[in-house]
Write a protein that binds this ligand. Sequence first.
Ligand SMILES: NC(=O)c1ccc[n+]([C@@H]2O[C@H](COP(=O)([O-])OP(=O)(O)OC[C@H]3O[C@@H](n4cnc5c(N)ncnc54)[C@H](O)[C@@H]3O)[C@@H](O)[C@H]2O)c1
Length: 351
Amino acid sequence: MFKNKTILVTGSAGFIGSNLMKKLLSKSENCTLIGYDNINNYYDVSLKEYRLKELDNIKSNNNYIFIKGDLIEKDKLDNIFLEYKPSIVVNLAAQAGVRYSITNPDAYIQSNLIGFYNILELCRKYPVDHLVYASSSSVYGGNKKIPFSTEDKVDNPVSLYAATKKSNELLAHSYSKLYSIPSTGLRFFTVYGPAGRPDMAYFSFTNKLIKGDTIEIFNYGNCKRDFTYVDDIVEGVMKVMEKAPEKKTGEDGLPLPPYKIYNIGNNNPENLLDFVQILSEELVSAKVLPKDFDFESHKKLVPMQAGDVPVTYADVSELEKDFGFKPHTTLREGLRNFANWYYDYYMKGVK
Ligand SMILES: NC(=O)c1ccc[n+]([C@@H]2O[C@H](COP(=O)([O-])OP(=O)(O)OC[C@H]3O[C@@H](n4cnc5c(N)ncnc54)[C@H](O)[C@@H]3O)[C@@H](O)[C@H]2O)c1
């Protein structure tokens, strides 16, 4: 897909970043692919090491380099931009998680605001063809109108995490306008899959259920999430990476910002109770849970949590219009892949 390009992916030891790098390694030719990640311990570091090892084992004719570093280390990043002059930058490194932002605000300000600003500054200093960065469905806050459209007002974040993601979009807009940096922000909707993030429900529920603990289902199960399989996200990101927003001139003779925002979500929200039902069935099929597992006695319906929203639902018509693509993996297929991976990784010890 990509030929003779230099691409920098931050957060490349992360869930989405490692999957993107995997695809880039297998689909690109003669590219220099640079991964950057601080490998922080927000969750089990061995999972990040496992993902990086998988990347090391992929044979390709690309030049793959991994550099350990923090977005905060501007000089280190500057040296990377100076040496490699990436033409495409995909910024996925960030402090993720809505709930953690309530108790650990510092990490969000550092990585998501100052870190993102460093990326913008370097894209200005060493002009890039395209900056693609992760935003989030959380920017829609408690919006009532569904499905969520990129045309909707998103000025009411209900978590600091969401506020930093919305800020990224604003900062990117100003850089696109002032310095004509083509940028695309992608609002991801609840991404899941094999070797995903242990802090997310499908993964933490599984960890709890195998220990015989009870899982808590928020808002008494009256939540809907647009669960999006990681391969669909990666396919969407790759399509977007290839086509930077065009540089055009406005009526005032000044450049219009080459700036775009897209939703990438499944466009098919699932009720949380249906989601846990499918998860439990797939965990049994994959032998993660025993056949006679009494699922009903291990779930508890509890009230809504601060920072959470009752529904997420992506309008992906813009993505379809511009790229002819929308996510298609069903929740059952995706959770089956997760359950099989979980069995191999934790129960058979294939690492
Ligand atoms: N997974 C989802 O459901 C989801 C939904 C919406 C948005 N996003 C966004 O997508 C991106 C990737 O998410 P993910 O699920 O892969 O999360 P992840 O935590 O698995 O990946 C992020 C990676 O970035 C690294 N990182 C964090 N702060 C850093 C810093 N300051 N410097 C360098 N590296 C740093 C981490 O070590 C991690 O490996 C994030 O920006 C996240 O906010 C994810």
